[in-house]
Design a protein around this ligand. Structure first.
Ligand code: HEC
Length: 143
């Protein structure tokens, strides 16, 4: 009885420890991704996309309020973003990562910044504009 009681107490204690750990643990790692994540969607958006117009649009949609082209601000600078995008969530492509960063910014939050991007760009930015913005960001390679 004593052994059974001890085992029971240990099991209950482990259960509570696990419960407390899981309820206070930070959000789980971003979903696993593959090289095909968003691939079809992004490929469709990039057909006939215009990076020059995309630069103007990124001003128009207010992206530059937080993302200055170079230099630290409240958000990672856009300079070199295409190069970094390819390395952020491998094997996700740079284009897919950039797309996800705009339409679903909370999925992956770049350290040490706070997640402050609006969550509704997918609704606010029509496909044509989204393609142009993606094409623009994809031109911004690190030197
Ligand atoms: C209110 C400020 C704010 C605005 C406006 C904003 N962003 Fe962001 N953005 C951030 C912050 C902060 C991060 C880094 C934290 C994160 O990953 O959410 C970020 C991250 C990103 C990243 C990932 C950068 C990297 O180095 O991995 C991309 C791409 C991006 N934003 C694109 C855009 C585009 C395009 C727009 C306009 C449609 C925009 N953002 C508007 C604040 C903003």
């Amino acid at each position: 009885v004593i052994i059974a009681g001890t085992i029971l107490i240990v099991v209950v204690a482990l259960f509570f420890a696990e419960f407390i750990a899981s309820s206070t643990a930070p959000a789980p790692e971003a979903e696993p991704v593959s090289e095909t994540s968003y691939a079809d969607r992004v490929a469709a958006l990039l057909v006939d996309a215009d990076p020059v117009n995309g630069e103007a649009l990124s001003q128009q949609y207010g992206c530059h309020a937080c993302h200055v082209l170079a230099g630290e601000n409240v958000a990672p600078p856009f300079a070199g973003v295409a190069t970094r995008a390819a390395e952020r969530r491998p094997p996700m492509t740079a284009a897919a990562y950039l797309y996800e960063s705009i339409v679903n910014p909370a999925v992956y939050v770049v350290e040490p910044y706070a997640s402050s991007m609006a969550q509704d760009y997918a609704q606010r930015i029509p496909d044509g504009d989204m393609g142009d913005i993606l094409a623009y960001l994809l031109t911004l390679h690190a030197e």
